[in-house]
Design a protein around this ligand. Structure first.
Ligand SMILES: [Zn+2]
Length: 82
């Protein structure tokens, strides 16, 4: 009887571990590096003021973006951390 409990627990742990490993690999693969300074870029969602249906998802570097004088987009800006 107890063997089945142990086997079920091992299967559950393996499934959870596999999901976590897949999540980590997916996170590592989707991280984009800045071509200028090599830092990790942020995923930023831009929403236009006039038409909220229009959205732009861009990857930008926080440090290089701060050095620029004027921003590329004038709409709302949502930062989605990777
Ligand atoms: Zn940069």
């Amino acid at each position: 009887m107890w063997e089945w409990v142990v086997i079920a627990f091992c299967l559950l742990t393996a499934a959870l571990g596999g999901t976590y490993l897949y999540y980590l690999a997916h996170l590592l693969l989707t991280i984009a590096k800045c071509p200028d300074c090599g830092r990790i870029m942020q995923k930023v969602l831009y929403t236009e003021w006039e038409d909220t249906q229009e959205r732009h998802i861009v990857y930008e570097c926080r440090f290089c973006q701060a050095k620029r004088i004027r921003p590329l987009h004038k709409g709302k800006r949502f930062t989605m951390y990777p």
